[in-house]
Design a protein around this ligand. Structure first.
Ligand code: TMP
Length: 205
């Protein structure tokens, strides 16, 4: 597949969405064609699934049911948005991808790693070329995330211990795969953007 596939990962409130918008703009200004997208969502069908998984009570779905819903959303996103954009030779930046399922469903509420990995192999089967992990103290992240108004707080409502396990899980995953770059996200937005650019620039043709 031509194009470049970048994912942004991290705990809630890590600043990755702001940085995604900044990165997309910088790449666009540099003459690149960019698709900035997100998960869960990024296609009309997957955005409908987004509402189901991000709104409502924390015990609305089991971790197993969530794996199916997030994977269904991801499959639609891949078919309708990601693959077509990569085929056009674009840079695709997705705000979350399969690593979020590996962490949030695979390890934070018991060990469901094998279930996540098998379903991923069966239904998704691709990894990003580059994954930027925005790393931040979970207490700071949670304070930022819960300060945002809105209904999409199901995962934030799972609390600090949950976000702490997620951070540890992300760092451990990053240490095991070459495609990761860990970005220290505890700085002002301009400083973080400069760190992001340093990580992305070597991948530009
Ligand atoms: P966001 O706040 O970055 O938009 O992400 C929405 C929430 O969805 C976030 O709390 C993490 C959660 N999530 C999962 O639990 N599993 C997944 O596979 C994805 C993509 C997101």
């Amino acid at each position: 597949m031509p194009g470049l596939f970048i994912s942004l990962e991290g705990i809630d409130g890590s600043g990755k969405s702001t940085q995604g918008r900044r990165l997309a703009q910088a790449l666009h200004d540099g003459g690149h064609s960019v698709t900035l997208t997100r998960e869960p969502g990024g296609s009309p069908g997957a955005e409908e699934i987004r509402r189901l998984v991000l709104e409502g009570a924390t015990d609305r779905w089991s971790a197993e049911t969530e794996i199916l819903l997030f994977t269904a959303a991801r499959r639609d996103h891949l078919e309708k948005t990601i693959r077509p954009a990569l085929a056009r030779g674009e840079i695709v930046i997705t705000d979350r991808f399969a690593d979020s399922t590996r962490i949030f469903q695979g390890i934070t509420r018991g060990d469901l790693t094998e279930t996540v990995d098998r379903l991923h192999a069966l239904m998704i089967g691709v990894e990003p070329d580059l994954t930027l992990l925005f790393d931040l103290d979970p207490a700071k992240g949670l304070a930022r995330a819960t300060a945002r108004a809105g209904a999409e707080l199901r995962f934030e409502d799972m609390g600090l211990a949950f976000q702490t396990r997620a951070r540890e899980g992300f760092l451990s995953l990053a240490s095991r795969h070459d495609r990761f770059r860990v970005i220290d996200a505890d700085a002002d937005p301009d400083t973080v953007s400069a760190r992001v650019w340093q990580a992305v620039a070597p991948h530009l043709g």
